[in-house]
Design a protein around this ligand. Structure first.
Ligand code: TGC
Ligand code: FAD
Length: 389
């Protein structure tokens, strides 16, 4: 039987965590070892999302975990980050589900919704009985969502939506979509329920990445929704970008989980794989890779912990969250490639997990703002000059 997952904690950062934070991390760690790791390779191979995970993560209070009230757990940002880290140690697809449900659907309901909308959706979503998705990206507008073509127009007591959203996580399984569309030229958020005439979803096939997650296209063709489905406090592109801060923060922690999974796998493998008469862990070049991976994980942990503590005080700025997402996903992706290399030919088989993490991290590098978009966000902050266009 495999040993319990120990993570990586070279600087004893555990000492910086509260008992509650450690307890939440360890609970989710055990859950992932029992309910995710044993089956995720099959789901990745089959291209399926394992729906029973939804009620299981809900049971642990991980959906909309940092929100207060409405059945949400009201966790601190570090406790939430540690939980997300453990989920992504299992698979980025499960972490994506939780990020979208909490950061991109429950958060906008909480921040921009009416009291009636909050009461209707938040407790059901916290319990995992309802699933949501977030439609911002369009086929022709990814990094630059300001150009979106999806529109809403007011007709009596309804809004009518037209347009297409692309690459939408959870789209095909969502009961409700938070859709960003221009109303009189201004970006606003709308709730569109599954089954509404004129609203269709179709799942993206043939992904090499995030295969254990549902990704879909959403299309709106004269889709009429009640006027009460407008998120009344949403106003301008700033509203969806505020949601992205929540999800990007979680990704910064999640990437550490994927990186630790790859590092641990490579370390164990290197200690037992014999070539030229000794374990490959005894070769300097292999040690160099392992040291590099652990060093980057340790720096990523420090960054995540600091931004988490700042977020708890309401002090984390979007460009600081950009640095967290940008750095931690990059080091996780590079570490996954090194782990795959250390595993040799075995590294390309799904009996091992590093390749799956590596493939997932290619998407994570692109979504929630590409690596280079975050470079430009930070570049603008330090120079005062925008280099986006
Ligand atoms: P810009 O003029 O800079 O900004 C418009 C207004 O928004 C404000 N703002 C932010 N506010 C809060 N948080 C942020 N991160 C913000 N970034 C900007 C800004 O201050 C301004 O406010 P105001 O009051 O002046 O109106 O807008 P821009 O059009 O120049 O765009 C800036 C840019 C490129 C950084 C932005 O468009 C961007 O972030 N692009 C990347 C798009 C992106 O990340 N898409 C993600 C889609 S969702 C997704 O990928 C989910 S994957 C989920 C999963 O499965 O885990
Ligand atoms: P583009 O914007 O076309 O970028 C292509 C390349 O050009 C990138 O390398 C980019 O960095 C570069 N580039 C673009 N502009 C500049 C510039 N100004 N300077 C320098 N380089 C630039 N979206 C949602 O709304 N909701 C979701 O739930 C969601 N889930 C997703 C799930 C998956 C699996 C994936 C892969 C994507 C998902 N997305 C989602 C979409 C994601 O947010 C976009 O893919 C991302 O924002 C990038 O947009 P794009 O793919 O159109 O690339």
């Amino acid at each position: 039987m495999a040993l319990p997952f120990k993570g990586a904690d070279f600087l004893n950062l555990d000492a910086e965590l509260s008992d509650e934070e450690r307890m939440i991390r360890d609970t989710v760690r055990q859950y992932v070892s029992k309910e995710v790791v044993p089956i995720v390779a099959k789901h990745f191979r089959d291209g399926t999302f394992h729906k029973p995970w939804i009620s299981q993560v809900a049971e642990m209070g991980l959906l909309g975990a940092t929100l207060e009230g409405y059945g949400c757990a009201g966790l601190g940002n570090v406790a939430y980050g540690l939980a997300i880290q453990e989920l992504e140690r299992g698979d980025s697809g499960l972490r994506s589900f939780v990020s979208v449900q909490g950061g991109l659907v429950m958060y906008p309901l909480y921040a921009f919704g009416s009291e009636e909308q909050k009461r209707k959706w938040l407790p059901e979503m916290a319990a995992g009985r309802k699933v949501g998705c977030f439609g911002l990206t369009e086929p022709d507008f990814g990094s630059d969502p300001s150009g979106m073509r999806t529109t809403a127009r007011k007709e009596g007591s309804s809004y009518v939506l037209d347009g297409t959203k692309m690459w939408i996580t959870n789209g095909g399984i969502a009961d409700v979509a938070v859709v960003w569309a221009k109303l009189d030229g201004v970006v606003r958020g709308f709730l569109v329920e599954r089954g509404t005439p004129g609203y269709k979803t179709s799942d993206v096939e043939g992904k090499f990445s995030l295969r254990a997650s549902v990704t879909s296209e959403l299309s709106f063709d004269g889709c009429r929704i009640p006027a009460a489905n407008l998120l009344p406090k949403s106003e301008g592109l700033k509203s969806p970008l505020m949601c992205l801060n929540q999800a990007r923060y979680g990704i910064g922690w999640g990437a550490i989980g994927a990186a630790m999974a790859c590092y641990s796998e490579a370390l164990e493998y290197a200690k037992t794989r014999i070539q030229f008469g000794k374990p490959i862990a005894g070769f300097q070049l292999v040690q160099n890779k392992l040291v590099q991976m652990l060093t980057e994980i340790t720096k990523a942990q420090l960054l995540a912990l600091r931004v988490g503590r700042m977020k708890d005080k309401g002090e984390a700025k979007p460009y600081q969250i950009s640095m967290l997402k940008r750095n931690n996903v990059q080091i996780a992706l590079e570490g996954a490639r090194m782990a795959r290399d250390i595993l040799g030919a075995n590294g390309v088989a799904d009996e091992y997990q590093s390749f799956r993490h590596m493939a997932n991290l290619e998407s994570v590098y692109t979504y929630e703002g590409t690596h280079d978009i975050h470079t430009l966000v930070i570049g603008e902050n330090i120079t005062g000059i925008s280099a986006f266009s």
